[in-house]
Structures are given as structure tokens and as C-alpha cells.
Design a binder for this molecule. Structure first.
Ligand SMILES: [Zn+2]
Length: 124
């Protein structure tokens, strides 16, 4: 078993609160989907599936998102954590650096919530 350290109770409580805030935001319909996004190219030329601007509760869905039903819910959860939890993109699960996040960084990292919910609810 991994060493979760003396603060594991705190981390469990933090996770509970975070997931409740995310659930509350999604259930209250306080998020809006914008499907009229034409350009989803980053400054580095990469196409993204969806994005939000700051804490603005609008998830912009890009053409890539519509062509990838296998990752649509992943992306919605990812973007919703930016809105409701103030997460950032420290690392994506497909990056080598993802496995190098320390024990608190996943609480701040948007992709970590999508990965957790994917593990807990593989059929979502
Ligand atoms: Zn993100």
C-alpha cells in the first residue's frame, strides 16, 4: 500500500468537498456549452477538444470534441473542474510528468479529476 502520510484524512476530506462542489455545479445547471467554436488552435498549433476562459462557466466545445465521443465526458469533467474548483493544467494523463505529480498536486490538476471519475465510473 502506498504511503499516504499523516494527512490522508485531510486529503480524503478535501477530495469529498471538491467532488461535491463539482457535482453541485453540474447539477445546478450553472454551466453552459458553446458548440459554435470555429477555431480551437492553441498558440503552439495544437487542436484542443474543449476549453474554458478563466472561471467563466462556458465550456467551448471544439470540432475535435464532436469527433471523439470516447473522450467527451472526460473533457466536460476536466473543463468543469476549471470552472468550479479553479484547477489548472499541471499535467495531462498522457504526459510522462503526470506520474510525477506529488501527493497534493492532483487536487489542483484538472485531468486528475477526469482520471479519478473514469476509474470510479468507467461507464460514464
Ligand atoms: Zn485544462
Amino acid at each position: 500500500m502506498a504511503n499516504v502520510g499523516p494527512s490522508s484524512d485531510f486529503k480524503i476530506r478535501l477530495l469529498q468537498i471538491s467532488l461535491r462542489l463539482l457535482q453541485q455545479g453540474l447539477l445546478d445547471n450553472q454551466i453552459y456549452l458553446n458548440a459554435s467554436v470555429a477555431d480551437c488552435t492553441t498558440n503552439s498549433g495544437q487542436q484542443v477538444g474543449a476549453y474554458v476562459n478563466g472561471g467563466n462557466p462556458i465550456i467551448n466545445l471544439c470540432p475535435v470534441w464532436f469527433n471523439r465521443p470516447d473522450v467527451q465526458s472526460w473533457a466536460i469533467i476536466h473543463e468543469a473542474t476549471h470552472v468550479y474548483l479553479g484547477t489548472v493544467d499541471l499535467s495531462y494523463v498522457w504526459q510522462d510528468s503526470y506520474s510525477e505529480l506529488n501527493s497534493f498536486q492532483p487536487f489542483l490538476n484538472a485531468d486528475s479529476y477526469s482520471a479519478l471519475i473514469d476509474c470510479l465510473c468507467p461507464e460514464y
